[in-house]
Design a protein around this ligand. Structure first.
Ligand SMILES: Cc1cc2nc3c(=O)[nH]c(=O)nc-3n(C[C@H](O)[C@H](O)[C@H](O)COP(=O)(O)O)c2cc1C
Length: 189
């Protein structure tokens, strides 16, 4: 079994990125499981809190999920042409303590995709993740690209994808990344 974890970087109830993640969960090939994780419950990073109380439970749980997975998919919104603070904050917490980065992120296959209301479908946010992924020592996947633009016209009120092209693209993306993660597991870095 190849185990993947997807994290949506939005707290919004009607989030397009969370909807994309829910759709992706239903599209995995046989022998692949995609677990939908959330950043809900992750507090704002505060080094004083870390020093006094250690790693918050919600963060430890996310770290363990990712550490135990064969691959991680970031479903990223775009705010002001970059990564939303709430999502970056969650990953920053997950990189603590630094001595644990290798266990959680080291050599980890990671894919980034996203949906936004604008016309460029999170291209700048996706680019902004690259230095973060490099710093954490991940193994980013560049075999697929998924930029869902003008997302309000792509999902219905329940968050189901109404656009056949987007559904097909997501299917291809999930299958492509699942294959990459499975191969990476067969040949550990
Ligand atoms: C502070 C803020 C900044 C935003 N900046 C951008 C942007 O730079 N590009 C873009 O396409 N959409 C931008 N948007 C619109 C988001 O794409 C839209 O809110 C989208 O629904 C967020 O993803 P979600 O549905 O997963 O929450 C911005 C929204 C907010 C709240």
């Amino acid at each position: 079994m190849t185990r993947l974890v997807g994290i949506s970087g939005s707290l919004r109830r009607g989030s397009y990125n969370a909807a994309l993640l829910r759709a992706a969960v239903t599209m995995t090939p046989e022998g692949v499981e995609l677990h939908a994780a959330t950043i809900r419950g992750v507090p704002l990073y505060d080094a004083d809190v870390e020093a006094a109380d250690g790693i918050p439970e919600a963060v430890s749980a996310l770290k363990d999920l990712v550490a135990g997975a064969d691959g991680l998919i970031l479903f990223t919104p775009e705010y002001n042409n970059s990564i939303p603070g709430v999502f970056k904050n969650a990953i920053d917490w997950m990189s603590r303590p630094a001595s644990d980065i290798k266990r959680v992120f080291g050599g980890k296959p990671v894919a980034v995709l996203g949906a936004s209301a604008g016309g460029f479908g999170t291209v700048l946010s996706q680019n902004a993740w690259l230095p973060v992924l490099r710093t954490l020592g991940t193994n980013p996947w560049f075999g697929g690209r998924m930029l869902v633009s003008r997302a309000h016209g792509v999902f219905d009120q329940n968050g189901a994808i109404t656009d056949d092209g987007v559904r097909q693209q997501l299917h291809q993306f999930v299958h492509g990344f699942a294959g990459f993660a499975a191969r990476a597991r067969a040949v550990p870095a």
